[in-house]
Write a protein that binds this ligand. Structure first.
Ligand code: UDX
Length: 454
């Protein structure tokens, strides 16, 4: 099939490359000519395992093309995907400017029957707005070209996006048009060969499904974080509790990890947008409000522990804290809503210096931190290091912030020698407290009180 993908961000690029890999011809459009130049030169603007080879292979085969030219993009396609950003507005609602601009650009040019697919995460009712926008443009031109707007939300995890696309656990297609549904079935046939993965529903249900999935996952995380804080006070270990409940198939083992709060480009934004939608419709989602509040509080958790360990904020002045990991989760350089940013700003406000190491997110982190702190404070107080061991050099304590594989099994004896304050703050419960303490270090995890020597 001939597909046009509008938007070469994370979702657009991964989806476009995966569709090309099964034999479709995919033309990716972006209004940012720098991005298109990079892609045409074989460079990938984001870090996602396997994406560079996938893009290179399909570009070389002539199945994956890049352009800034809307005329070419609209003329190319039988199916056009909208995969543009929907950043949160100040009030938390999703900003639909890019989506509706893309819809206008399609309506201004389309000459033949088209299926337009919303891949971006958009509030319920957006497909209707996209349809109305395209119809209005067609009317202006005096054209009567049939088209349908379909909702097909993505469920890609950063760091595992290609695997998630190629072997999905479900493909949600919201469509009120039989021809469009048939096209979507055909398009997705290669991704569910052995089991039926495609779930058909009406457009609005598909739009809501995406928010419901992310809100449910955010719920599990906030629930476990809140319980972890209680476990700590009660003298219980949240890791044992997690295993104890996760083995119940009705609960399941995934997404029950207490930590520093969820971050990233999806959960925080989607929870906010769903809350806004509910307010707009005079409904209140009390549970979801609490989930968001718990998450905001959880981002402060490690700083609180560090401060208490050293005897209060005043005693932190002049201390150096090493951070292992900066990205919001492993296998990505994405720093959006990363808990590390909250921790760093709190440490600096208390007069600490920070030495941080992340396997891939340093450049992104530098950009974000300079933006929030300013060049001068960044240069004075933050050192981005080339290795994990470089970061702990001359530090008083270590905060494990992102559970990258290379941090899993460090030499604790060596850490005990390197860290002046001999303390590890494990924001992801990555370490066995007994091993850490055997090496003569104090261990502070999340919801694991028996192991803390406070
Ligand atoms: C998420 C959804 O998983 C994906 O389906 C959707 O399409 C986009 O949003 P992503 O943001 O890439 O994907 O990350 P994910 O792996 O879901 O993690 C989100 C956040 O939750 C991270 O900050 C992670 O550290 C945190 N998390 C996850 C926990 O704190 N505990 C857990 O048990 C799981």
């Amino acid at each position: 099939m001939k597909i046009t993908m509008i938007g070469t961000g994370y979702v657009g690029l991964v989806s476009g490359a995966c569709f090309a890999d099964v034999g479709n011809t995919v033309l990716c459009l972006d209004v940012d000519s720098r991005k298109i130049d990079m892609l045409n030169a074989g460079e990938i603007p984001i870090h996602e395992p396997g994406l560079d080879t996938l893009v290179a292979r399909n570009a070389a085969a002539g199945r994956l093309l890049f352009t800034t030219d809307y005329n070419r993009a609209v003329a190319h396609a039988d199916i056009i995907f909208l995969a543009v950003g929907t950043p949160p507005d100040e009030d938390g609602s999703a900003d639909l400017r890019h989506i509706l601009a893309a819809a206008r650009s399609i309506g201004e040019r389309m000459e033949k029957q088209l299926v337009v697919v919303d891949k971006s995460t958009v509030p319920v009712g957006t497909a209707d707005s996209v349809r109305d926008t395209i119809a209005a443009e067609l009317k202006k031109r005096g054209k009567n070209v049939p088209f349908a707007v379909v909702s097909n939300p993505e469920f890609l995890k950063e760091g595992a996006a290609i695997e998630d696309f190629m072997r999905p656990d479900r493909i949600v297609v919201g469509s009120d048009d039989a021809h469009a549904t048939k096209m979507m079935r055909q398009l997705y046939a290669p991704f569910g060969r052995n089991h039926e993965k495609l779930i058909e529903m009406d457009v609005r249900s598909a739009e809501l499904t995406k928010y419901a999935a992310n809100a449910m996952l955010a719920t599990r995380i906030s629930f476990m974080n809140e319980l972890a804080n209680l476990a700590e006070v009660l003298g219980a270990d949240i890791e044992s509790v997690r295993m104890g409940i996760g083995s119940d198939p009705r609960i399941g083992p995934h997404f029950l990890y207490a930590g520093m709060g969820y971050g990233g480009s999806c959960f925080p934004k989607d929870v906010k947008a769903l809350l806004k939608t509910s307010r707009d419709h005079k409904q209140s989602l009390k549970l979801l409000e609490a989930i968001e509040n718990v998450n905001e509080a959880q981002k402060n958790i490690l700083f609180g522990k560090i401060s208490r360990h050293f005897g209060g904020d005043a005693a932190l002045r002049g201390k150096t804290v090493a951070l292992w990991g900066l990205s919001f989760k492993p296998n990505t350089d994405d720093m959006r809503e990363a808990p590390s940013l909250v921790l760093i700003s709190q440490l600096l406000a208390a007069g600490c210096k920070v030495r941080a190491y992340d396997p891939v997110a340093s450049n992104e982190a530098r950009r974000q931190l300079i933006g929030s702190l300013g060049e001068e404070a960044f240069a004075r107080d933050v050192t981005l290091c080339d290795s994990a061991w470089d970061a702990v050099e001359d530090a008083d304590a270590l905060a494990l912030v992102t559970e990258w594989k290379e941090f899993r099994s460090p030499d604790f004896e060596r850490l005990a020698g390197a860290l002046r304050g001999r303390a590890i703050f494990d924001g992801r419960n990555l370490y066995d407290p007994a091993l850490v303490m055997e090496a003569g270090l104090t261990y502070h995890g999340i919801g694991r009180p028996g192991h803390n020597r406070e």
